[in-house]
Structure formats: structure tokens, C-alpha cells
Design a protein around this ligand. Structure first.
Ligand code: AMP
Ligand code: ZN
Length: 463
């Protein structure tokens, strides 16, 4: 399998550290608000990655963090903690906020058919590990103390900025003279531990060798990924916005502390943008959630299908017109899949030598070409030269990676009025009042429902 590695800027063949296994760390949500559909695009892309690795035979250990402390309103260590701000906005404790939005996040995550990580870990449960890591960095001479916290001196880490490119870091230096906070030694320095303010009590704070305070945002991901995956692991992913700061700093922390290579493959997911190419942002309150889509009657899987139509390294533009067209596409795909299933009459025929299977594997192994993999599913279902039982087997194989839910029975809420009319009709039929039964059938039809009499009783279907 080949993956584009941000670090080498090349497509590289994936060679795991341990034969047949893959350690994957994905930056998780900051749970101070609902995740927006841009965030969810990244989790869907990561789910395609995980499912692809599993399909190709790797045992995947997938770790995702939950950021419930330390993420400040500016990635440059300025401003307030997002959790504490939400706590004021909503009149709940910071812990209640984290709990509420973590649950909301997983409700969306599950409904998108994203497979739960093997381990999801909260930052607030790993303060000890973070402190230990800062101590290690301190003993190796990477830190300094400022009035508001302990900072990482990026000039001490020779390879600082390799992920984003040295030119970017030089640009930061040039642009920093005006903006740089007084005490930072270098514009790219960042906080490892922040002191609690002297004049206000924080809800989330812990004792540390440097005084009461809370961790910087980046340290959690270095500490938790290494705890669960080892000091060097295979794949680290996240959105492209994390390349210049968050992931660059994760590398500096981890490699500064261990002296070993941190991650072999850095995989970054491109952004979902709004039609006028505005950036979707939770902090600017300019965002749509998955509920904004499902409220309009679309299944969450329509959003998954919509995302699958663009390669993960290309920006994707969101619009409701595009969602409508994805909805029609998925409906047709499902109809074809269901027709094949019916035709196959419960028989499945494996064909490991199928050219479609080979093409599918080639697509997913080519830096996750999911749009192509999805079009191979279409072609397979349509090909009259392939028999239904073989098509059914192939479609079920492809579904393991794509997760479109094409074989899910559509759960339809039948309105109470339609149900009552249907019951009335059943009673009329029982009394052999066929005229009334027909009238009721027409009434049900006028409400947009078709009634089909089966040996098991009447079945209602949306017309
Ligand atoms: P956050 O909850 O803000 O920490 O972000 C969670 C994940 O979503 C991270 O991997 C981000 O890089 C990613 N992300 C943020 N905005 C977008 C967007 N508009 N499109 C795709 N991914 C995004
Ligand atoms: Zn992270």
C-alpha cells in the first residue's frame, strides 16, 4: 500500500514497524462545542484509512485523543482555554461541557459508520504522563521558564519545522518582530505547561513541579500517542491545519524527549470548505453540524457518500445542492445493491480472482483512492457479465472499506396517521368490506405511502 507522507512529500510504500500490524494515531476533537462537518470529513477520511489497512490484512491499533483541556483560542498560545470559555457561555462546569460534547461527537461519529478507535483517551486523564514528558524535556535542556508558563525553545531542536518546511519557519521569524509575545525567545516557541492565573481560579488545573496550572495543547498528543503506540509508531493523521503548528510541535516534543524518530508516516486530510470558500470554524461560529444535514431529511451516510467522492488530499466544497445529488447517487447505488441481493436469492459466490476485486484493492492501496474504489463498486453492480451471487459477494467486500450502508434496511418512520388508516383498512378487509378497504388504500396513497399485502400482513412503503 502507498501513502502520501507529508514528511517526505512523497508517495511511499507503507512498511509497518511490526509485520502485519499498524499503529495509527488520529488527533481527536476539542470537545468545547459540536464537531462541524469539516471535522467530520477528516474523521471519515481517517475511517477509510483504518478500514483500508484492515482490509489489506493489518491488525490496526487506532488511538484517538479527546482534547478536554489546554486548547487555547489561538494556536499561538494566546487567549483563553476553549473549555473554560464554553463553560461560561453555557453555565455548566468545564467537565460537564466536555462530557456533553464528547457524547455528541460519538453520536455523529457512529452514525457516519466510522469505526470506534481501539483506544480513545482524554487529555485530563493523562496529566501525569504529560508532566513526565515536560520533565524529560527540561532535563535535556529544551525548556525555559516565562512568567506565564514553561516554554519549548524551538531553536534547540535542530530539525524543527521539517514537516512544514524550513522556509515556513524562516518566514515566521521574519514576520514575528512585531507580533511576538515579549518573553518568547523564538516566534515558534510554544507552551508546555501554563500557570494558572494568580487572580482567578481555573476549573481545570493541576499541581506540577512548576506550580499549579494546566498543560499546553500539543503535549497531550505526544504523551498519549507514545503511551499507547510506543516511542516510534507507524502513522499519525489529522487535518492539514495541523501541519505547521500542532504536528510540528508534537515532533519537537517527542523527538526532543526520546532522541528517536517519532512517526514514520504523516497523513494529512484536506479541508471541507464552504461554497464561498469561507473557512469553517467552530470558534468563529461559522459552521454546520451533521444535524444541519439530517434535519433536512438526509441520512448521515449521505454525507459519508458525499465525502467519498473526493480524494482526501483535495479540498471539497460543501453545498446542499451537492448533498442532494449525493443523496440521489446513494439511493441509486442502494437500489442496485438491493436488486442484486434479491436476484442472488441469498447465495453468495466468492471469487478471489475477480478483476473487479483486484482493481478495488489497487485503488485503495494507491494512497486511498476512495472515489475510484466507489466507482468500481458501481461498475461491478452494473456489469451484466457478472452473475448476481458473485456481485453480491464483491459488493459486500467493498462495503467493508466504503461503509456506505448499501445493504442496510431503510428505517422509515411511518406517520401515525398512515398507521391508523392501515389498521382501519385491515379491519375493513377482515369484515370483507372491500370497497372501504380500497378507499382507505387511496387515502394512504394520497399521503405518499403504498400498501402491499404480503402473507405476513400489510407492508407500508414510501411511494
Ligand atoms: P478540532 O476539534 O478543532 O481539534 O479538529 C478536529 C479535526 O478536524 C482535526 O484533525 C482538524 O485538523 C480537522 N479539521 C478542522 N477543520 C476542518 C475542516 N474545515 N475540514 C476538514 N477537517 C477539519
Ligand atoms: Zn493532536
Amino acid at each position: 500500500m502507498f501513502l502520501y507522507n507529508t514528511l517526505s512529500r512523497k508517495n511511499e510504500e507503507f512498511k509497518p514497524l511490526k509485520e502485519g500490524e499498524a499503529g495509527v494515531y488520529a488527533c481527536g476533537p476539542t470537545v468545547y462545542h459540536y464537531a462541524h462537518i469539516g471535522n467530520m470529513r477528516t474523521y471519515i477520511s481517517e475511517d477509510f484509512l483504518r478500514r483500508t489497512l484492515e482490509y489489506l490484512g493489518y491488525r490496526v491499533k487506532h488511538v484517538m485523543n479527546i482534547t478536554d483541556v489546554g486548547h487555547l483560542t489561538s494556536d499561538a498560545d494566546e487567549g483563553d482555554d476553549k473549555m473554560e470559555l464554553s463553560s461560561i457561555r453555557e453555565g455548566k462546569s468545564a467537565y460537564e461541557i466536555a462530557d456533553f460534547y464528547t457524547k455528541a461527537f460519538f453520536r455523529h461519529f457512529d452514525s457516519l459508520n466510522c469505526l470506534r478507535p481501539s483506544i480513545s483517551c482524554k487529555a485530563t486523564d493523562h496529566i501525569k504522563e504529560m508532566i513526565e514528558m515536560v520533565l524529560k524535556l527540561e532535563s535535556r535542556g529544551y525548556t525555559y521558564r516565562a512568567s506565564d508558563g514553561i516554554y519549548y525553545d524551538t531553536s534547540k531542536f535542530a530539525d524543527y519545522g521539517a514537516l512544514v518546511g524550513k522556509a515556513h519557519i524562516e518566514g515566521l521569524k521574519a514576520g514575528a518582530r512585531v507580533e511576538m509575545s515579549r518573553e518568547k525567545r523564538n516566534p515558534s516557541d510554544f507552551s508546555l505547561w501554563k500557570f494558572s492565573p494568580a487572580d482567578a481560579k481555573r476549573q481545570m488545573e493541576w499541581d506540577s513541579p512548576w506550580g499549579k496550572g494546566f498543560p499546553g495543547w500539543h503535549i497531550e498528543c505526544s504523551a498519549m500517542s507514545m503511551k499507547y503506540l510506543g516511542e516510534t509508531f507507524d502513522i499519525h493523521c489529522g487535518g492539514v491545519d495541523h501541519i505547521p503548528v500542532h504536528h510540528t510541535n508534537e515532533i519537537a516534543q517527542a523527538e526532543g524527549a526520546t532522541g528517536k524518530k517519532f512517526v514514520n508516516y504523516w497523513v494529512h486530510m484536506e479541508f471541507l470548505v464552504l461554497k464561498d470558500s469561507a473557512k469553517m470554524s467552530k470558534s468563529a461560529n461559522n459552521f454546520l453540524t451533521l444535524d444541519s444535514i439530517t434535519e433536512k431529511g438526509y441520512s448521515p451516510l449521505v454525507y459519508r457518500y458525499f465525502c467519498s467522492q473526493a480524494h482526501y488530499r483535495k479540498q471539497l466544497e460543501f453545498s446542499f445542492e451537492a448533498i442532494e445529488s449525493a443523496s440521489r447517487g446513494l439511493k441509486n447505488l442502494k437500489a442496485s445493491a438491493m436488486a442484486v441481493k434479491e436476484k442472488a436469492g441469498g447465495i453468495k459466490k466468492e471469487n478471489p480472482n475477480s478483476a473487479y476485486l483486484a482493481a478495488f484493492k489497487e485503488a485503495i492501496s494507491d494512497d486511498l483512492n476512495i472515489p475510484k474504489a466507489s466507482s468500481i463498486l458501481w461498475e461491478t453492480l452494473k456489469d451484466s457479465a457478472v452473475e448476481a451471487p458473485e456481485k453480491l459477494w464483491l459488493a459486500e467486500e467493498f462495503e467493508k472499506v466504503l461503509g456506505f450502508g448499501i445493504f442496510n434496511e431503510e428505517k422509515q418512520e411511518i406517520p401515525q396517521e398512515v398507521l391508523s388508516l392501515s389498521n382501519e383498512r385491515a379491519a375493513a378487509k377482515k369484515n370483507r368490506d372491500f370497497k372501504k378497504a380500497d378507499e382507505l388504500r387511496e387515502k394512504i396513497k394520497a399521503l405518499g405511502w403504498l400498501i402491499e399485502d404480503t402473507p405476513a400482513g400489510p407492508k407500508l412503503k414510501k411511494s
